[in-house]
Design a protein around this ligand. Sequence first.
Ligand code: DQA
Length: 149
Amino acid sequence: MGTLRVAVINGPNLNMLGIREPAIYGSETLAQIEANLKSVAAELDATVDFFQSNSEGDLVTQVQKLRGAADGALVNAGAYAHSSLALRDAFAAVSVPFVEVHLSNVHAREPERHRLVLAGAAIGVVCGLGSYGYEAALRGLVRNLRAVK
Ligand code: DQA
């Protein structure tokens, strides 16, 4: 199958990681998560391409661009994970397999965070493991794409 191209899509407020509510989201920045994921990707014969936007429309446009350009994706849609049918539809439109990631355990938080509208279309969901969740999700995605299940 060769080197796998993995897109990492991050939604609103994830550019504030490191500063934002560290008791919930940890002290690592998105740049640090990206650096770690790049070294894990190299180990797995994969590449990761990071994207972050606070805007739902820009996220939809980015997902549309994945068609033919990515073998799989990791998605932390931030609060849009709880509401965005548009993002779910974008993934359905491009048929790119993805794993959903949340740093916090959304199921242990407020009820309005329990509903995950993308999750039903995902290979799997990783939540509550902090920044390691991105690494766990990448390892799981690559295993799945290489059909070692
Ligand atoms: C989050 C959880 C969401 O509920 C929240 O809106 C975020 C971050 C997480 O990674 O834990 O922005 O996706």
